[in-house]
Ligand binder design. Structure first.
Ligand code: FMN
Length: 179
């Protein structure tokens, strides 16, 4: 199972729509896929007591990451970095088991010109610290508000092709690391 993690809890986030596109492309590449969307985190998760004892509703989230064979994180740029909610989510995962040895890939997006490059590269440092295996191909989506077609896909065929290539390459990367 490859998990696609939609890395913002902002209502109406473009990140969710891009995550759905990525999920569909991974499925087309032959993977079993699940989408985890930070918008759906149970509210109790944000209580300070969660560091010691996350609410029971968070356990399926932790389990999904622990049992994943691959993780694609879709990362929007907030203030030149990735969202605080995404870091908080990572902070609540079991250490060190959750990300250690896990194949991981990244898709960045932003309203601005840099397409989430800063956000992805900063998150890569965190995943590297957690000893994940980072896939070298990343996709960055600039001016994301113009990139999405009203019916759900992407307007730009070249961008579609880059995401297709990422999906195919990452599915192969996950298989290689499992054998
Ligand atoms: C708190 C916040 C900070 C943001 N900071 C940046 C930024 O530093 N650079 C940028 O290009 N866009 C920035 N944006 C715009 C997001 O990139 C934009 O909302 C985009 O659609 C991706 O995020 P979304 O999933 O929330 O829609 C910011 C948005 C929010 C909500």
């Amino acid at each position: 199972m490859i998990v696609v993690l939609s890395g913002s809890n902002r209502p109406e986030a473009h990140t969710r729509r891009i995550s759905q596109v990525v999920r569909d492309k991974l499925a087309a590449a032959g993977a079993e896929v699940a989408l985890l969307d930070l918008q759906e985190l149970p509210p109790g998760v944000f209580e300070p007591t969660s560091y010691g004892a996350p609410p029971p509703a968070f356990l399926p989230w932790k389990r999904a990451i622990l049992e994943a064979h691959g993780l694609v994180t879709v990362v929007p740029e907030y203030n030149g970095s990735f969202p605080g909610a995404l870091k908080y989510f990572v902070d609540l995962l079991d250490f060190p088991a959750s990300l250690k040895g896990l194949p991981t890939a990244f898709v960045g997006l932003a309203a601005g010109e840099w397409g989430g490059l800063r956000a992805v590269e900063q998150l890569e440092l965190v995943y590297q610290y957690r000893q994940a295996h980072l896939f070298g191909t990343r996709v960055f989506i600039r001016r994301v508000q113009d990139a999405l077609a009203p019916e759900g896909g992407l307007r730009d065929a070249a961008l579609e092709a880059r995401l297709d290539a990422l999906a195919r390459g990452f599915v192969a990367f996950c298989r290689q690391l499992r054998t």
